[in-house]
Ligand binder design. Structure first.
Ligand code: SAM
Length: 313
């Protein structure tokens, strides 16, 4: 289960959301901390085993640290977070202390100007300081997420890979999906798995990249010496809907079975009222909304209407 705690973000990545000057309006957040508690404990008691906190930018959510500690106290196997790391330098150790297991960090370029352009204003130095702080705090399984766009950062795959391996992290390269703002870019700027793999061929073993059990749709290839990995998330060339077991909770309290569709089940009122029966009915209804294997995921036209930041990327 991926939860979008807030759709607010201090970056405006060109493939994710409109610029601040382009009619950007934050969603009304309908879940307060106690509603999140009720919702999460109810869903986890019904069998959810792995939770990822995302957004928007989850580090902007004021009650994040106590919420992490409370989720950690529930019965689950894995608690992870995806962040742009702009505020991570100060928060890495407190997040570790609160019980967060793992973190993925978005990093689209190692060039400060390019980084600022792709994120519309992001500060690379802050992000790198956040990554260092996370390592000092003891996050050993760090992964980076890079959305690869032609004419933006498609010449940086080798540099990012070597840099990440040097820091004992796993770089992951993502095909841009036609979700939200990505819909404006994916026909013109998408870079597919085959091209990414070709760019990294001299660094990687020739074996097929493989998914890992309970680790989502990313497939991983090994370095030639077997010591490191690179991940690929291929939501455009291989839509993997048949394997998808994800559920999302949007920042407004809607359960969503699919990232490529806006439909979902609004459980915000049930969460606020502490109505566990309505929550379990909502969960069952959301599962019934899972598209069948003929659905073509984030390449379907419906994906363009989805807000990645509200649904949770
Ligand atoms: N703010 C956090 C961050 O930057 O990691 C978490 C939310 S962000 C929406 C989560 C991930 O979704 C990021 O790695 C981002 O690159 C990815 N993402 C957003 N829009 C995308 C798109 N259209 N196609 C592919 N990945 C996308």
């Amino acid at each position: 289960m991926r939860i979008s705690l807030t759709d607010r973000c201090d970056m405006a990545c060109i493939y994710c959301r409109p610029s601040m000057h382009d009619g950007y309006v934050a969603a009304e957040e309908r879940l307060d901390e106690s509603a999140w508690d009720t919702l999460l404990s109810s869903l986890i008691s019904q069998g959810i085993r792995r939770v990822r906190i995302t957004g928007g930018e989850p580090l902007l959510y004021r009650g994040l640290l106590p919420l992490v500690a409370r989720i950690r106290a529930l019965e689950l196997d894995d608690l992870a977070l995806t962040t742009n790391a702009s505020r991570l330098e100060a928060l890495a150790q407190p997040l570790r202390d609160a019980g967060l297991d793992r973190m993925n960090i978005s990093l689209d370029s190692l060039d400060p100007q390019r980084f600022a352009a792709m994120t519309r204003g992001g500060n690379l130095a802050q992000v790198l300081a956040g990554i260092d702080a996370a390592q000092r705090a003891g996050f050993t399984d760090l992964k980076t997420n890079t959305v690869v766009l032609a004419d933006h950062n498609d010449d940086e795959l080798v540099a990012i890979t070597e840099w990440a391996w040097h820091k004992n992290m796993t770089p992951r390269f993502i095909e841009v999906m036609g979700v939200g703002e990505g819909a404006h870019l994916f026909r013109t700027h998408a870079v597919g798995y085959t091209r990414m793999r070709r760019a990294l061929a001299h660094l990687l073993s020739d074996d097929e990249a493989r998914t890992e059990k309970d680790r989502g749709p990313a497939k991983y290839a090994r370095s030639r010496d077997g010591a490191h990995r690179v991940g690929f998330i291929t939501g455009t060339t291989h839509t993997y809907c048949d394997e998808c077991d994800r559920l999302r909770v949007s920042s407004t309290g809607t359960l969503r079975a699919c990232l490529a569709r806006n439909e979902g089940v609004d459980v915000s009122e049930a969460a606020r009222m502490g109505d566990s029966r309505a929550l379990s009915e909502g969960l069952a209804e959301a599962w019934r909304m899972k598209p069948d294997a003929n659905f073509k995921g984030c390449t379907e036209e419906s994906a363009a209407a989805v807000s990645m930041r509200a649904t949770g990327g």
